[in-house]
Design a protein around this ligand. Structure first.
Ligand SMILES: Nc1ncnc2c1ncn2[C@@H]1O[C@H](COP(=O)(O)OP(=O)(O)OP(=O)(O)O)[C@@H](O)[C@H]1O
Ligand SMILES: [Mg+2]
Length: 358
């Protein structure tokens, strides 16, 4: 089997340790190592910046910085780092792993760790490849979900339009014909005709409701904030919940694009559906304002509250879906216990590129 060619940087101020490492790599059968050497943190960071490294071996105690400082200055997309620590530094190793090191080895005085070093590097790189693959797959899945979401939204719009044009038109026609027939009968009309007129009117109202449930036209015509106020009113009417909106002027003046508007509307809609279905609340308040982080929206109810357990239990697809939608636009969504009881949905959306608003 062909040996992989690997570029390894060792950041180590002890010249004897570097030499020992050089010797180990030169005689290794596991891989064709090319060793680059740096005797300080700054030097190491400069070499790392030039790229082309497969991994970094990092000593903890460098003359100009600690290994932990080195890790925090290394870009996240940098090569995987194996920490080389002293014999009694389990805590250091754990901290290094938390700060982004992929693995660690304990240096013993006699240099026995060196015999295991090549195999340990190969194992770390294998794990790194698996992790990269997983991350790529997750990113792809996320893209796919967002794409399907936008297809679904277009589809809803199209169906709403079709029902409106076809069915809505027909029903209005039927109702008009019945009206004319009643008028022509001049007081002697069959009472069944009035019945039929009533039914046609009910059907028209139902069609209207189905259409707005599919895609409220107010969202396209008047924008997100009017749509949220309209929807809050609908929820209040249908569920008996007190439901109000407080949109601060700095949020109201934002000109959000169609993608963000739809996302925010769907998320608040889903949040309100949850309140109606699960919270046993008597009131819910939607707040929207701006701060340094961007746009903030909260949906706070005064219901039974939410526990970590309930959130984790079962497949919370509703909440996961909301979180994914918000993440797609670089935002974040949390469901937390409300400050005065109940449950609060907290949404934060960065506004980069939307700052030049009306
Ligand atoms: N406002 C709330 N108050 C109390 N519990 C809530 C609230 N919102 C969500 N929950 C709890 O969190 C769980 C997960 O919510 P989620 O929306 O993910 O799923 P769901 O509403 O049960 O199903 P669906 O997939 O149809 O949305 C709910 O089943 C409920 O127990
Ligand atoms: Mg739900």
């Amino acid at each position: 089997m062909e040996r992989p060619a690997l570029n390894v940087l060792i950041v180590e101020d002890d010249v004897v340790d570097r030499m020992a490492c050089r010797r180990t790599f030169a005689s290794s059968q596991d891989a064709a190592f090319t060793l680059l050497e740096a005797d300080s943190g700054q030097h190491g960071l400069a070499v790392a910046q030039q790229g082309q490294l497969d991994c970094i071996l990092l000593d903890y105690g460098l003359p100009d910085m600690s290994g932990l400082e080195f890790l925090s200055q290394l870009p996240q997309s940098g090569p995987p780092v194996m920490m080389l620590t002293g014999a009694d530094s389990a805590m250091v190793a754990a901290e290094a792993m938390r700060r982004g090191a992929r693995d660690y080895m304990v240096k013993d005085g006699e240099g026995r760790y060196l015999t295991q070093l090549p195999a340990a590097i190969l194992r770390m790189l294998r794990e790194q490849r698996l992790l990269d693959g997983k991350r790529r797959a997750e990113a792809e899945l996320r893209k796919l979900a967002a794409h399907q979401e936008s297809i679904r939204e277009d589809e809803r719009k199209r169906i709403a339009q079709e029902i409106h044009d076809e069915l809505g038109g027909l029903l209005t026609g039927i109702k008009a014909y019945i009206g004319v027939a009643i008028e022509r009968a001049g007081g002697k009309a069959d009472p069944l005709l009035s019945e039929a007129a009533g039914l046609a009117q009910d059907a028209i109202a139902t069609v209207r409701r189905v259409i707005t449930d599919l895609r409220p036209s107010v969202l396209d015509q008047l924008g997100l904030w009017a749509a949220l106020e309209w929807h809050a009113e609908q929820v209040a009417q249908r569920s008996g919940l007190r439901c109000s909106c407080r949109i601060e002027p700095d949020a109201a003046e934002l000109e959000l694009d169609a993608g963000r508007s739809t996302m925010l509307f769907r998320v608040v809609q889903e949040g309100l559906t949850n309140v109606v279905r699960h919270a046993h609340a008597s009131a819910v308040l939607i707040d929207a304002w701006r701060d340094a982080a961007g746009l903030r929206i909260t949906v706070a109810d005064d219901g039974i509250g939410i526990t970590e357990e309930r959130l984790r239990n079962g497949a919370s697809w509703g909440i996961i879906g909301m979180q994914e939608r918000v993440r797609h636009f670089g935002g974040e969504l949390q469901i937390v216990p409300g400050e005065a009881g109940g449950t609060t949905l907290r949404l934060q959306l960065p506004l980069d590129g939307l700052e030049g608003t009306a």
